[in-house]
Design a protein around this ligand. Structure first.
Ligand code: ATP
Ligand code: MG
Length: 777
């Protein structure tokens, strides 16, 4: 453009600006961590709005977490200089999926008030189905099957579409049957699982072209963050929304071929159905234009596809959950004429941090080409610190002290994060921080909502909100104990089947019949009457108040008040917290929806607090100071990845390490312990190979005399190991010598392993290319 640029554009570098201003046509931004990909997306939305290209409701924007969606919304508001009332379609794939499905539930055989089941519900449901088939649920574990179903759904496969081999692999060949029965059961329950939130809309789009056309017309701009971690189902979903063939036959052609593609087969030829190819097919088969019968909107030339995806192949960390990094590779094939933009300047981290991260990730082979640099002077910056501790409690104590010392120097807790490889690692930090009164919040896991008392309370609320929610009903029908034994429960089941009604209704029926003994009968009568009364209060009573009433009147709160166990007071507090948190939501339903969707349960919201989360949920975030504990073989890289044997598992672990390192802006502390309790057993550990893959120029090994326990130099022996052999003395180091076992001669160890040393200077530029993807831009 000409003239002076609006404020929100002025801070961008030329490539970023190109990515923001190329609003029309497909755009892919492929760039390393901290180069401003998310900032580009945010600014792009602001730009689209500010220039009047679209209304907020015409923009579909996908983020990886709900938290990221909230942040993006508020930043857009800042950039545009006004509060954005409603970016209704900005959210995660799942939250957008729920919204779509609520609108078109009937097309999926559901009512719009359907329940979203969590994994716990799903597992219980599957157990029932397996038992109903007369199969042994010990031999055929419900959880395993739940995971299989999830895997199929990630690939976009319904019961009819799963590969024969998969179907045969479970329950004596009954895999497909069970999957189908599961889907049927969900329908009866008016419920769906997480996978359905994508799969149902995909079905609906495929089968109802009028519905799809409605969204083609609606969404003028589509934006996707963290594109490298989209799975096949998400990819199909996006393509359906973003690709707009001219005619419905082209839709079918494209769709048919997308379906034909075997999972994981990303070979270019048949799968790459591009718009132009679809058009060509159309011409070749000499289809009449059919202009007369077509609605005006479809009659126009194919609408421009304004999709913008940003991602980084080095940060693909959800392969284990079905993500297909190849989706990035396919972008140019899927969207011909795409503008591919690379961002190379990192704005987030110091040269030491960036140097460490770049050097580490260079050990991976399967990479696209990428360059990263920072022109930040590194003279005053701290190197990456590596610390050792005796065990995880010691580690937590030392990290706690480091945090407090930073705090005394004026650093905010909000600027610090502890990123763990496995969630069990959180326990020692949580315990320690509670002990010393350090505010923290756990982000990313549904931890709070997973607690027993919270689940029970939610089950009550779910039945009140949606009477057909049998799983929830079953969970609490005898909690607190009401003298309802297994026999009564099966009788309720039988009645429900006979009547074709939900269990709650069946219970009400049974309470009026004389089939039951007086005691259970009275209990059921009371339950039925209670739920009827509570349901009647929904519209008149504020939902938080209603929840409190329900927990009181059901006897649930009393159950914990009368409980003598040590946890009981904490549980009561959690219940109070639950009710308090409900006040933030408009309705009971929106609250329950939030709970079902929430991936990031935050405590200490709004307070200055250290964040604790898994590396997986730290994606896209940044903090002044980052602590990465537990860099030991078997934990990080994780044993599962090592057991796989192949390269891919280990490389995904390394990408996870790269994600962790690149979250830090200024200070980065890595930790390893020499003893760890895993599954209740003490094990002595070996420092992670990833530590050895860090370049010496950017790393400083913390020496003794630290505040964390007076062990002296942990590498030089003392309480950690005998003599100068350090960590590998007396222990088998499976991958050769470690730099960390020979403090005196680090380079010797590296040489012994044949490491190629990268450049170690302040500004660096490592380009690693995989043949076939380096192309002229
Ligand atoms: P990740 O791969 O980790 O998701 P990213 O590429 O999305 O990273 P951002 O989070 O968008 O990167 O940006 C990283 C940091 O750099 C942010 O603090 C952002 O505000 C800042 N930043 C990005 N671009 C610029 C710029 N042109 N000028 C100043 N700061 C910038
Ligand atoms: Mg980002």
């Amino acid at each position: 453009g000409s003239g002076s640029a609006p404020d929100y554009l002025s801070g961008l570098n030329p490539e970023q600006r190109l990515a923001v201003e190329t609003t029309e046509g497909p755009v892919l931004v492929l760039a390393g961590a901290g180069t401003g990909k998310t900032r580009v997306l945010t600014t792009r939305i602001a730009h689209i709005l500010a220039t009047g290209r679209a209304w907020p409701s015409q923009i579909l924007a996908v983020t990886f977490t709900n938290k990221a969606a909230r942040e993006m919304k508020s930043r857009i508001g800042h950039l545009v200089g006004e509060a954005i009332e409603g970016m209704p379609w900005l959210g995660t794939f799942h939250s957008i999926g729920v919204k779509l499905l609520r609108r078109h539930a009937e097309l999926a055989g559901l009512r719009s008030d359907f329940t979203i089941l969590d994994t716990d519900d799903v597992t219980r449901l599957i157990r029932q189905l397996i038992q109903a088939e007369g199969l042994d649920d010990k031999r055929w574990a419900p959880r395993t099957f739940a995971q299989m179903i999830d895997g199929w759904k990630n690939k976009g496969l319904g019961p009819a579409e799963i590969p024969e081999g998969d179907a045969r692999a479970f329950a004596n060949g009954k895999g497909r049957e069970l999957y189908a029965a599961y889907q049927e059961r969900l329908k009866t329950l008016n419920a769906c699982d997480f996978g359905d939130l994508l799969l149902h809309p995909i079905r609906i789009f495929r089968q109802h072209h009028d519905v799809l056309a409605e969204y083609h017309k609606k969404f003028k701009y589509i934006l996707v963050d963290e594109y490298q971690d989209t799975n096949t189902a998400q990819y199909m979903w996006l393509r359906l929304l973003a690709q707009r063939p001219k005619t419905s036959s082209a839709v079918q052609a494209a769709e048919g071929r997308a379906r034909d593609r075997a999972p994981g087969d990303f070979s270019p030829a048949p799968a790459a159905v591009t718009r132009s190819e679809a058009e060509r097919t159309n011409q070749e088969t000499a289809q009449p234009p059919q202009a007369a019968e077509r609605p005006a909107s479809e009659n126009k030339p194919t609408q421009q596809i304004n999709i913008c995806c940003v991602g980084d192949d080095d940060q693909s960390i959800y392969g284990w959950r079905g993500a297909e990094v190849d989706n990035i590779l396919r972008f140019e094939k899927d969207f011909p004429g795409a503008t591919v933009i690379r961002l190379e300047r990192n704005y987030r981290s110091t040269a030491h941090i960036l140097g460490a991260a770049s050097h580490l990730i260079a050990h991976n082979e399967g990479r696209l080409g990428k360059t990263l640099f920072t022109d930040r002077p590194d003279a005053d910056d701290a190197k990456v610190n590596v610390h050792a501790a005796w065990d995880s409690d010691e580690e937590a104590r030392a990290v706690g002290e480091e945090i407090e010392s930073l705090q005394r120097k004026g650093h905010a807790l909000n600027d610090m994060a502890i990123l763990v490889r496995a969630s069990f690692q959180m326990r020692s930090f949580e315990d320690r921080f509670i002990e010393i009164g350090l505010n923290y919040r756990v982000i990313g896991g549904p931890r709070f909502y997973e607690r027993q008392e919270i689940r029970d309370a939610l089950a009550y609320l779910r039945v009140v909100a949606q009477g057909a929610d049998d799983l929830a009903f079953e969970r609490i029908v005898n909690v607190p104990k009401r003298g309802l034994g297994e026999a009564t429960i099966s009788q309720i089941h039988a009645t429900a089947r006979a009547l074709g009604s939900p269990m709650l209704e069946a219970a009400a029926n049974l309470a009026e019949s004389d089939e039951l003994k007086p005691k259970p009968r009275a209990a059921l009568r009371e339950i039925a009457a209670n739920f009827a009364r509570w349901q009647g209060l929904i519209d008149t009573t504020p939902h938080a108040e209603l929840a409190e009433t329900i927990l009181e009147e059901s006897g649930y709160t009393d159950m914990w008040k009368n409980d003598r166990s040590a946890e009981a007071p904490g549980r009561l507090e959690n219940l109070k917290e639950l009710i308090r948190s409900m006040e933030e939501y408009e309705s009971l339903r929106s609250f329950l929806e939030h709970v079902a969707l929430v991936m990031d349960a935050e405590q200490n919201e709004g307070m200055d607090a250290v964040s604790i989360m898994t590396l997986h949920s730290a994606k896209g975030l940044e903090f002044e100071t980052v602590f990465l504990p537990g860099w030991e073989e078997g934990l990080f890289p994780h044993q599962r990845a090592l057991d796989e044997g192949g390269r891919s598992g280990l490389e995904e672990e390394r990408r996870l390490a790269y994600v962790g390192l690149t979250r830090a802006k200024k200070n980065l502390h890595l930790w390893f312990v020499s003893n760890r309790r895993i599954h209740g057993l003490w094990q002595s550990t070996i420092p992670s190979r990833f530590l050895d893959e860090l370049p010496e120029a950017h790393v400083e090994v913390a020496e003794g005399g630290n505040s964390y326990g007076g062990y002296g130099n942990p590498y030089g022996g003392s309480s950690f190991a005998s003599g100068r052999g350090g960590f590998s003395a007396g222990r088998q180091n499976p991958y050769g010598a470690s730099r960390f076992d020979s403090v005196g001669s680090p380079s010797g160890a590296r040489a012994a392993r044949g490491d190629q040393s990268g450049s170690g200077g302040g500004a660096f530029s490592n380009t690693y290319a995989t043949p076939g993807w380096q192309r002229a831009q």
